[in-house]
Design a protein around this ligand. Structure first.
Ligand SMILES: Cc1ncc(COP(=O)(O)O)c(C=O)c1O
Length: 379
């Protein structure tokens, strides 16, 4: 056996959808991106979405929408992918690292309150591995303080918390369609919000600051080819080359049709893992999984002797991963280090196991048998 950690589930449907872009010979920012943005908004239940080329770009632009003065602070969980905190630095803001809740591994609301001061302008809420942060309590905490909530939903496309789609609880939601995530466009991301006016300037920011994209100019030219001004555009602000393109959107449109099915398959795999780990002494589930509600990008366990376990699984052909090192262990973020004892205590035991829709029941059973073998030799 040789079992991968993650694998995108792509096939005929994505190829067929891509073919439409090839036939139209329009591969860049164009009508397929608009279609995907509309369908994504309707899927998650929000007013407006802007397609970009990664969730990293989405987080950068989402924070930039508020034009916070340089030096303002943003609350970020200690345990997350670097992009969550990188977006803060891109905007000339200061990250304040907040400890994690020991149960959910998401941002601790108690530590959030401790770390907050009047200079904190926003909080980045990450649904760790797809497990929902307590968004009702978080939003209720943030609103009266005027703290904006950016939801980093990179791990949880299609997931829900208390019946409401993740990414729509906060002021702005950001999603990742990178190849390992719940659904993919190869690389890609989406910014979603109910505040359409807030997102409007971001359409220019993602396209080098230009106030009309090439498709708009092309369409204007087609509709009225006597309008010599269809070439005209203006730039009033700094922009980035962050746009999603029609090839990504074509893949995304096909993946969106499959997203619920892929999440239900992940649910079934997680339930098999949960049942198989009952009674294990050394290998325990890292999260109180509720896969019937949320969408989990990763399945994680806690193992005290992590390195021995990783080696054992590797020798038996099972890939594992570690998500994540606390960010303030990285040289870039060290100077922002505060008190985050739970993140530092827990991360050393975290191991990610294979989880992707095409993982077969036989492969799941094999992974579990490898864990049982580890239990037998290490207990
Ligand atoms: C929590 C989190 N936020 C943001 C990102 C960035 O996503 P992307 O790779 O689409 O830029 C990731 C990527 O893994 C992530 O895990």
């Amino acid at each position: 056996m040789n079992i991968r950690l993650f694998k995108p589930s792509v096939g005929r449907e994505e190829l067929q959808s891509l073919e439409a872009s090839f036939t139209a010979a329009w591969l860049g920012l164009g009508p397929r991106v608009s279609e995907f943005e509309r369908k994504w908004s309707s899927y998650v239940g929000c007013r407006e979405s802007v397609g970009v080329n990664s969730c990293t770009a989405a987080l950068h632009l989402a924070l930039s929408a508020y034009r916070f003065p340089k030096g303002k602070k943003v609350l970020v969980p200690e345990l997350t992918f670097a992009a969550t905190a990188m977006a803060v630095l891109y905007n000339g803001l200061e990250p304040v690292f907040v400890d994690i809740d020991e149960q959910t591994l998401c941002i601790s609301l108690e530590d959030l309150d401790r770390k907050y001061d009047k200079d904190c302008a926003a909080v980045m809420a990450v649904h760790f591995a797809g497990h929902p942060a307590e968004m009702d309590r978080l939003v209720a905490w943030a609103k009266p303080r005027g703290v904006k909530v950016i939801e980093d939903s990179a791990h949880s496309a299609g997931g829900k918390y208390k019946g409401k789609t993740l990414g729509t609880w906060g002021d702005i939601g950001c999603y990742s369609f990178e190849e390992k995530k719940c659904m993919t466009t190869g690389d890609g991301g989406m910014i979603s919000s109910d505040d359409a006016d807030l997102l409007k300037p971001l359409r220019h920011s993602r396209w080098v600051g230009i106030n009309k994209d090439t498709w708009e100019r092309y369409e204007a030219n087609q509709l009225n080819n006597r309008d010599a001004n269809s070439w005209y555009y203006e730039i009033s602000d700094i922009g980035y080359k962050y746009n999603m393109n029609d090839m990504m959107a074509s893949i995304g449109l096909a993946q969106l049709e499959k997203l619920d099915g892929m999440n239900r398959r992940r649910e079934s795999i997680i339930k098999q893992y949960t049942a198989g780990l009952k009674g294990c002494a050394k290998v325990r589930e890292a999260l109180p999984y509720h896969p019937e509600h949320s969408s989990y990008w990763a399945y994680m366990v806690r193992v005290p002797d992590r390195e021995a376990f990783i080696l054992h699984m590797k020798e038996l052909g099972v890939a594992t991963g570690v998500h994540y090192m606390p960010l303030t262990l990285h040289p870039l973020f060290m100077k922002y280090k505060g008190e985050t004892p739970s993140a530092y205590a827990i991360w050393g035991e975290l191991v990610t196991l294979p989880l992707f829709p095409d993982l077969t029941d036989e492969e799941v059973a094999y992974v579990l048998s490898c864990i049982q073998a580890y239990e037998a030799k290490s207990v």
